[in-house]
Design a protein around this ligand. Structure first.
Ligand SMILES: NC(=O)c1ccc[n+]([C@@H]2O[C@H](COP(=O)([O-])OP(=O)(O)OC[C@H]3O[C@@H](n4cnc5c(N)ncnc54)[C@H](OP(=O)(O)O)[C@@H]3O)[C@@H](O)[C@H]2O)c1
Length: 357
């Protein structure tokens, strides 16, 4: 209707005045389990003014941190009432009269964190958004800002890696893990993944090897593997841990002298324990990483622009795909949120909310 009555999208001010959008959003007013505290509510949105942009959200993933934020167990504390969600890809519908870089029709992803994205529409400031090529797939764009960026930064910022070097990680089937394998493949780095055993382990190994893993071993297999002793692969300079407990201890044992283990998650909810021998005799180091902190500290840094450029190029070339996922209608959020963070794990896929309106 709008396209018919107006000749083009080149008059954003006029379009915005005629816009009357009702957003359906997943909101909460207190912390708790998502299925208990989230409610689908409708709000009439004010038209975007000045630097504001009206965005139609196309897809928004459910990440572990989103669930932890709703539960009140994450360092990010929203102001209530809050719209849940942190990542999305959306389409610009119309813009305020002082918007300079974004035009209607452009696809956008968040530059800022904690915007509240589990909604059909939202009004954001232009400087909170980044345009992304429409050639990047919806699932890839919807999930670009957290997990691929985490993998990218952890591979770049702790140890100087060269082609032929090795990286090892537990939770190697996580969304971050899948991103690590793909970046390693693109950069010529060997990627060794450790996963928990399961009935369909052969399929999982195959899938991760297709993404770029050189070897995928269960925790039990890793304990007796000679993959490094035999010289098949160099001992890892860098390790990533998103599990904690014994799994982290085991991963750190395989590090080379002066290797670094970066902890970025604690899915087992057990503390990271360190074997004394490797700590002393190999002088290994333990670090932590939080993407939210990095993004805030590097909001407009050239390193951030370069990171998104490289990731988008790989995505457009089909060399970097979204993690295994299922698109779920917004109305089915309760089931998806509950399945996304079951304590036992073995979820097998990421849920991405698809907004249809
Ligand atoms: N620090 C940061 O900036 C940052 C950024 C992104 C993500 N993260 C964190 O990284 C972790 C993974 O995130 P994601 O989005 O990649 O998650 P995801 O795709 O949902 O993957 C979850 C991973 O955790 C494993 N897991 C789940 N429950 C477990 C348990 N009880 N014991 C051992 N392993 C378990 C799963 O393995 P199974 O298949 O064996 O269950 C899977 O490998 C989360 O803790 C998340 O908060 C941190």
């Amino acid at each position: 209707m709008l396209r018919k009555s107006l000749p083009s999208w080149t008059h954003p001010k006029i379009l915005c005045r005629q816009m009357s959008v009702v957003a359906r959003s997943l909101k909460y007013t207190q912390h708790g389990e998502p299925q208990d505290v989230l409610h689908l509510v409708e709000d009439q949105l004010a038209e975007p003014k000045n630097q504001q942009v009206l965005v139609k959200i196309l897809a928004a993933p459910i990440n572990p941190a989103d669930i932890n934020t709703i539960q009140g167990k994450y360092p990010v504390k929203p102001k209530f009432p809050a719209v849940a969600g942190n990542e999305f890809v959306g389409e610009v519908i119309c813009v305020g009269d002082k918007v300079k870089k974004l035009q209607p029709g452009a696809h956008v992803v968040p530059l800022a964190t904690g915007l509240g994205t589990w909604t059909t529409h939202a009004v954001y400031n232009e400087d909170q958004l980044m345009a992304i090529s429409n050639k990047v797939g919806l699932a890839e764009a919807a999930t670009i800002t957290v997990n691929p960026c985490t993998a990218y930064r952890m591979l770049k910022d702790f140890v100087q890696l060269s082609p032929g070097d090795t990286v090892i990680q537990n939770g190697a089937n996580s969304a971050v893990g899948q991103a690590v394998h793909q970046l390693c493949k693109a950069w010529g780095i060997n990627s060794v993944g450790i996963v928990r055993n399961r009935p369909e382990i052969a399929e999982l190994k195959k899938m991760l090897e297709c993404l770029g893993a050189n070897a995928v071993l269960t925790e039990e297999e890793m304990r007796t593997s000679d993959i490094f002793k035999s010289g098949k692969l160099q001992r890892p300079k860098l390790a990533f841990n998103c599990v904690g407990g014994k799994s982290a201890t085991e991963v750190s044992r395989h590090l080379n002298d002066r290797g670094v283990m970066v902890t970025y998650g604690g899915m087992s909810r057990e503390p990271v324990t360190v074997a004394t021998g490797p700590l002393i005799f190999k002088d290994i180091a333990f670090r932590g990483f939080w993407m939210t902190r990095w993004s805030k500290e590097n909001y407009s840094a050239p390193e951030r622009t370069q990171m998104f450029k490289e990731l988008c190029q790989l995505m457009e070339q089909g060399k970097f795909v979204a993690p295994t996922h299922e698109m779920v209608p917004l109305e089915k959020f309760k089931e998806a949120a509950a399945a996304a963070l079951s304590f036992k794990g073995f979820t097998g896929k990421k849920f991405i909310l698809e907004m249809s309106c």
